[in-house]
Design a protein around this ligand. Sequence first.
Ligand code: ZN
Length: 296
Amino acid sequence: MKFLAFLLIGIFVWLTVGGWPEISAKAKPARFLVVVEPSQPVNGSPVLFRVKTDQMLKSLTGVWLGHRVAFNFDSSNGEWYGFAGVDLATKAGRHALQLEGALTTSGRSNSTEFVTVRKASYPSSRLRVARKFLDPDAETLERIKEEQAIKREVFRRVSSNRLWNGDFVAPVNNIVTEPFGVRRVFNGKLQSTHQGLDFRAALGTPVNAMNSGEVILAREMFFEGGMVVVDHGQGLLTMYLHLSEIKTKEGNRVGKGQEIALSGATGRVTSEHLHVAIRWLGTYLDPATLLTMKLP
Ligand SMILES: [Zn+2]
């Protein structure tokens, strides 16, 4: 009788699982070795997680600071890598990176790694811009509202494929005039944080795409002036502002280092320069850090 029951259960498992379950693969979870770049991220840092496992994985996903991290496999060294970032508002301390891998043998393995985030010390600055940017009239407010809707639409976009490849390159070969994260006071009242990097750029300096991707916005905006946004896939965007001339179109594919615009002094600026910003899933990150990172 007992034997019959076991036999029936056995047949049932065989039919539902499609074979005998691989007890050994399930019993032994994969071990994860995680390396974080930069090794000591701060609030505002882009980060690259490199993951090695002692068992082959079909896929790997992560959750970091409430965002899903997409991982890609680098067959040259057998590592998985995922691009992510630390929001400016993130508190210093240890934050969990939750990993879940699908094993090639069958089954899944989980791991939680803790990554220490330090507090960045960002300076402050005061500057003056034309009054219309602080106190826009009714017509301009309408325009600002429309442009906010356009940006919301563009920023919502997350292409599942990675379009970037290797290191990011500077958009112009000039010095940085204002770093990321500076707390700014406009005309003594409006306070905001500088969510990008300013490069010195004489009017008409060629501006190059920092990596390969697809142009998802290329138009004139009130605050940003001439603006181009390039989608690099998996939630990563680069933005180029205050342009005098746009040399690409929405929907175009661009290569790393390809000229996409000429720099200018359009929008809310004090003088001609190039402002670039990096956005990852709604979070602005320090482009200067991204430019120092070695990426697969
Ligand atoms: Zn700027």
